[in-house]
Design a protein around this ligand. Sequence first.
Ligand code: BGC
Length: 748
Amino acid sequence: MQRRLLSSAIGIALALLPMAASRADVLPPPVAAWSDASLPVQTRVALLLKAMTREEKLTLVLGYYATDFPPKGYKAPADAHYGSAGYVPGIARLGIPAQWQTDAGAGVATQHSSPVKRERTGLPSGLAIAASWNSTLAEQAGAMIGAEAHASGFNVMLAGGVNLLRDPRNGRNFEYGGEDPLLAGTIVGAQIAGIQSQHVVSTVKHFAFNDQETGRKYSSVMLDDGAARQSDLLAFELAIERGRPGSVMCAYNRVATVYACESQYLLTDVLRRDWGYTGYVMSDWGATHSTVAAANAGLDQQSGIPFDDERYFGKPLAEAIAAGRVSEARLDDMVSRILRAMFATGVIDHPAKERPIDFAAHAVIARQVAEEAIVLLRNEAALLPLSPAVRRIAVIGGHADKGVLSGGGSSQVYPVGGNAVPGIAPTSWPGPVVYNPSAPLDAIRRLAPDAEISFASGDDPVAAAKLARNSDIAIVFATQWTTETTDFPIALASGQDTLIAGVGAANPRTVVVLETGGPVLMPWIDKVGAVMAAWYPGAAGGEAIARLLFGVANPSGHLPASFPQSMDQLVRPGPIDPKGLLEEDKADIVYSEGAAVGYKWFDSKGMKPLFAFGHGLGYTKFSYDALTARTNGSRITASFTVANIGKRAGKAVPQLYIAPVAGGWEAPKRLAGWDKLSLEPGEKRAVSITVDPRLIATFDSAARQWRIAPGDYRISVGAASDDLHATVVVRVAAATLPVGPLESDTAK
Ligand code: BGC
């Protein structure tokens, strides 16, 4: 069937060729061969490459923005899917489709400047998905948005954000997988695998160290190789192993003064040589700065013309090849990598095309993800779950009568049904601010039909406090909008702290629901009874929140990032760029904490956060017993039992932490694995987790290998990084592990 399609495409292409072309030029003998899906990908790539002209090869390595960009007098190519992020022309003669590229991790996005929005299903944010600690669910979530991309005519999705959360102020934390490389790499990798299961190439991005937005286009990140391999790079490495993304997007920033998209260290030494990566590297939009340096360092595709200052690939690349400054073999390598990703993901054999989408079914998936992603942080005196019999409920703030917030920037998904709260500034880039039309207030009303439910916008804190005082329960919704290009204070803005403190003082039976990009400060914490971190909860977020509040669903999310008590606890507590030096390329971003990111930083400084990494409450209780550990070479397997000792069914997230008894790591302990399991009341199950040996090693840069120090290792299991229930010690022999992929069977 596929072959028939290809030959008819070729037939049409041949008919359109100018008469002057000789028969030898147009005869396509190997076509049948490379369209044979039973051949190994490598063989198909080799056959196709051989049939391509230099001009055609150059076509595949240059991408265009798919939306008009008037400031540069730019018009999107006619064949692009208008309003999306990117387009690389195909080669009709050979049956190579165009690459139609869409952002991003929460679903099919539309560029802010496009007047026509593709309305699609928005997942909860990337950070929320990580908070589910459920990689099966993450994969299903990826498959859902991959299916929407494919049914929208896209075959490349610019998803897979896995930059580590080093600073809670990063405006893009919501797009990423949190502060721990194992958790982030595993969950983001699972989402990538899900996207690619739908014949859509996914990226992993932004490679690497683009961990804040301030100065993202100019700053140079300083972090030594060993620490990098144990932190940010480990997150990428694990995501690549788990998800096998067809593409890696190199970042805007510099790394040790060299632009990431021309970094030999990142693109060749680490990615290709050490990790054996076989996909292609595309640049972020406006992140290419050269022809020869970029091509020779390992950039395979320049993206997003006109965002770069110049076209570096295309004609200048042809000239560089003619001058012998870039080899012909390198161009072949670039093209082979792109074609390999397209064949391996099924982009060529299963062409993307527009067709109807079952939005109702997809909203259910978005709701299920939200229900596992929302974290119950505090629940004094079992205030939650609410009884449907509660008489008077005050719902306050956060536009809870209209919808739930989403994160801004290029990844913005425009919801089915439109923006529930239009007109909030900024209404143009890096906005608009978009609310999914899933109103918590409506969902609460549905679950408590007999209650008297009042809504106050929260604009008048005195009126809100009065309403709370006259109610049995107050639920305050607090929002923090974050977006690409900007970093944000971690304090809630617009007087929301005052509002919450006032409502909490008026009625201690106050529940705070936070819709934020990541961690925020909570100066009012002692005044309120319960707090839920709902992140940006996606297309059905309002429903998910209500179901968790009333115990229709039992919260099972756990923090993928530490919530600090105050600014003083941050690694860099001062303003991110007080003098604007990062924007002028006159300062470096120095990650002096090395690999001690997040809870590792808190632990190594002996600081107690407000809520620790891994923390998450529910409406039942679990016990963790019978912990044992054994080794097989450098692999430690820990076994234990988890029992539901409460009265409701729930999902436990037993977490394994590990540390050498003698110390010597960047931090007192590392996450080494976890599981997520559903347990009925009274049910008990045995769990075994095998630890990826790289997680008990340190990276020896000089020898380019992982080194495991001999000795005793303490292994603990518990419900959070600060709530460990059982510990055993196991002896491990000295070992070295080669750099590069290991079979990873660590975590679910
Ligand atoms: C972002 C990328 C995105 C690209 C295309 C850039 O501004 O950093 O994450 O994929 O735009 O929209």
